[in-house]
Design a protein around this ligand. Structure first.
Ligand code: AMP
Ligand code: ZN
Length: 466
């Protein structure tokens, strides 16, 4: 079966191919840079990274745009409390976001675009909506009249036909029970940053930025629009209302929404205070790879409950795979190839791919890999794994790692280089030959302190990073 995704718009799993050529035009809602992101936010971004990587594995090229929301109520409030300009304030957290996503090995979108650099285009879009009769003004602010867009509610599958016309909201985030005409342009307020424009002095609402930046870079109809489930309403519903009112074309063909990262059965969020940032976890001694693995291992449409046991299990899973790889690379195997095992490897690779084709079922993809690793380890123990089985086994691990990207340990600041490690390992071998066991033990301890684990085998010592 071909690659397919669950589409929030149609509520069905549908086969996916891009509209034009081989290029997937994708837009994802990026962070609001008022603080460091937490690992709940990072779950959504990790899901999008897995999506990107799998699309590429299936031969597509990406044209992925992500916005940085750098003007917004919380940002304005925090910047003013710290007596900083918007740019000064948001720059720190934009950099923080780039560092965190790089540490988690999230591929950079082809374009990262800032809201404050697209004010002119937003003003033009609001003028387009004005000309179409979709807006009205009140006290210098401009609102979108949702009763003018009969399809309002088609993404969140809500019937809003009975709502009171003319009721408005100025805040960007609200729930379904409070569906109202939403703000496109907020009138200038004392002490707040504003832009002078043909539609009056003010600043844009949150929703218009995504419609404008998505269409500017990707055209009127996107292949994929993605984000967390909390964005379905009102944010994405409003994006559709704005974009489709302007173009009369479908705004996005596929809408993919990822579920929450929970903690103690509650959504992890800044406002509830029940969050960890990546920085918090790294200070506690957790490497980025188990965090990435944990976030990616549960299929994106299922809730994931964060626990430290889960994080430790992720680290153990990675260790198993690294040990397996080390074993393939360092054990001595008899000549020839075990045909049955080659077939076993091929079927694992196929199952891995089929699972990801199936709306990115990462849990099943991992299960296929681990069953194979178990069988291959057993074959190694009994001498049935042959030298000729090595290439297919390594290729399977590579196929896994092109998506999950956890086998290479992250460098730490005080890490020893490979050459230093090799030097000490050689010195230890010599010390043991000279029966200087005290020195040998000292080196083993020194390596262990640096996060290097030694294993003595018939072929000599082999080592790996923790
Ligand atoms: P924000 O910076 O709040 O706009 O959020 C950025 C992204 O993180 C959005 O796609 C949200 O849907 C997502 N997000 C926020 N909290 C969580 C959570 N606990 N689990 C998963 N995704 C989340
Ligand atoms: Zn958005």
């Amino acid at each position: 079966m071909a690659l397919r995704f669950y589409n929030t718009l149609t509520q069905r799993v549908e086969p996916f191919t891009p509209l034009h050529d081989n290029v997937v035009r994708m837009y994802t809602c990026g962070p609001t840079v008022y603080n460091y992101v937490h690992i709940g936010n990072l779950r959504s971004f990790t899901a999008q990274d897995i999506l990107r990587r799998w699309l590429q594995a299936r031969g597509y090229q990406m044209d992925h745009v992500m916005n940085i929301t750098d003007v917004e109520d919380k940002i304005i409030r925090n910047a003013s409390a710290e007596h900083k300009s918007l740019t000064e304030y948001t720059e720190k957290y934009t950099q923080g976001f780039l560092e965190d996503t790089a540490a988690l090995r999230l591929q950079r979108p082809e374009r990262l675009v800032k809201a404050t650099e697209h004010i002119t285009e937003m003003v033009q879009a609001i003028q387009d909506l004005e000309r179409g009769g979709y807006t009205y003004e009140s006290e210098g602010s401009i609102y979108y009249r949702i009763s003018k867009f009969p399809e309002y509610g088609k993404l969140s599958h809500n019937d809003f036909s009975g709502i009171r016309a003319g009721a408005r909201v100025d805040v960007d985030e609200y729930d379904k029970a409070n569906a109202r005409d939403f703000v496109l342009w907020k009138a200038r307020k004392d002490g707040e940053p504003f832009w002078d424009s043909a539609i009056g002095p003010g600043r844009p609402g949150w929703h218009i930025e995504c419609s404008v930046m998505a269409m500017k870079y990707l055209g009127e109809t996107l292949d994929i629009h993605a984000g967390g489930v909390d964005l379905v309403f009102p944010h994405h519903e409003n994006e559709i209302a704005q974009s489709e009112a302007i173009t009369s074309k479908p705004f996005a063909r596929f809408w993919l929404h990822s579920e929450f990262l929970n903690i103690d059965a509650q959504k992890m969020s800044k406002s509830a205070g029940n969050f960890y940032t990546l920085r918090d976890l790294r200070e506690m001694g957790y490497a980025p790879e188990p965090i990435r693995y944990l976030l990616a291992s549960v299929p994106y449409r299922k809730k994931l409950n964060f626990t430290f046991d889960g994080l430790k299990a992720a680290a153990t899973a990675i260790d198993r795979l690294r040990n397996f790889k080390l074993r393939i690379e360092t054990d001595r195997f008899a000549e020839g190839a075990n045909e049955a095992l080659i077939e076993r490897t091929e079927s694992a690779a196929k199952q891995f791919g089929d699972s990801l084709d199936d709306d990115l079922n990462t849990a099943e993809a991992l299960a296929a890999l681990f069953e194979y690793v178990r069988d291959a380890n057993t074959a190694m123990d009994s001498g049935e794994f042959r030298a000729g089985n090595i290439p297919a086994a390594l290729e399977l691990l590579d196929q896994f790692d092109r998506i999950f990207d956890v086998l290479r340990p992250s460098a730490t600041d005080d890490a020893m280089s490979d050459a230093q490690v090799e030097g000490l390992v050689a010195e230890r071998a010599q010390a043991k030959k000279n029966r200087d066991f005290a020195r040998g033990d000292q080196i083993r301890k020194q390596l262990l302190d640096a996060g290097i684990i030694l294993e003595d085998t018939k072929e000599g010592a082999r080592w790996k990073r923790k």
